[in-house]
Design a protein around this ligand. Structure first.
Ligand code: 5GP
Length: 214
């Protein structure tokens, strides 16, 4: 059974890169494109990176319960469309989402079988450098992002899995291993019960066979 995977981290933690790498390497994983009221950055494509929508349209989506979760992040609204998640899951793929901690909390309530993974940057220095290197932020918004990084880190207890992203290949492998292990959980494999019953029946037949020959 496919399930939702939530990746969260402070800005600059590397979750977007990890999500993209997984999408490129695993055919059993799809992406849920979020809605946002933030304007597109250079190179971002509407419908691929985000659905870039107006505040009015976002509010309408909230009122009509179109979002499985929504939150204000860095002064803009972001939300995950229920339809987008269901579309990926019904195609038989796990759905990966790159959402903030407030959204993760709401989403896990709506979809309790979600797998929550927190990505930690290797150090404060690396996180600060990664954010500075983006070059898209003025000091005021950088400070806002640094403050929200602290707020994100404070919410780490919500996440059963934590990966330190000091090397991208290992971080991607770690997330991939979590997906594989989660997929093997008994609770996610309803067909296992019937299989175990069949095994027991087969063994019982052997017992009956040898008992008759005693
Ligand atoms: P950015 O604007 O840099 O793409 O993303 C800013 C933050 O918004 C990131 O922490 C990202 O995880 C979060 N974000 C992106 N999409 C969603 C969403 O659909 N819901 C929530 N709650 N957060 C999101």
């Amino acid at each position: 059974m496919p399930f939702p995977i939530i990746l969260s981290s402070p800005s600059g933690g590397g979750k977007t890169t990890i999500a993209l790498r997984l999408l490129a390497t695993r055919t059993d994983v799809g992406y849920s494109v979020s809605c946002t009221t933030r304007p597109p950055r250079r190179g971002e494509v509407d419908g691929k990176d985000y659905h870039f929508i107006s505040l009015e349209k976002f509010k309408r989506g909230q009122a009509t319960k179109k979002f499985a979760e929504s939150a204000e992040v860095h002064g803009h609204l972001y939300g995950t469309l229920r339809a987008e998640v269901k579309h990926v899951l019904s195609s038989g793929r796990h759905v990966i989402m790159d959402i903030d901690v407030q959204g993760a909390k709401q989403f896990a309530r709506a979809f309790p079988d979600s797998v929550l993974i927190f990505i930690l940057p290797p150090s404060a220095k690396v996180l600060v450098e990664r954010l500075e290197a983006r070059g898209t932020e003025d000091p005021k918004s950088l400070i806002r992002r640094f403050k929200s990084a602290i707020a994100e880190l404070k919410a780490i207890d919500l996440y059963p899995y934590v990966i330190v992203n000091d090397e991208i290949d290992s971080a991607v492998t770690a997330v991939s291993s979590i997906i594989d292990a989660e997929g093997l959980k008994r609770a996610r494999n309803g067909a296992l019960d019937a299989r175990v019953k069949e095994l027991m029946k087969g063994i019982q037949r052997a017992i009956d066979h040898y008992s008759a020959r005693k």
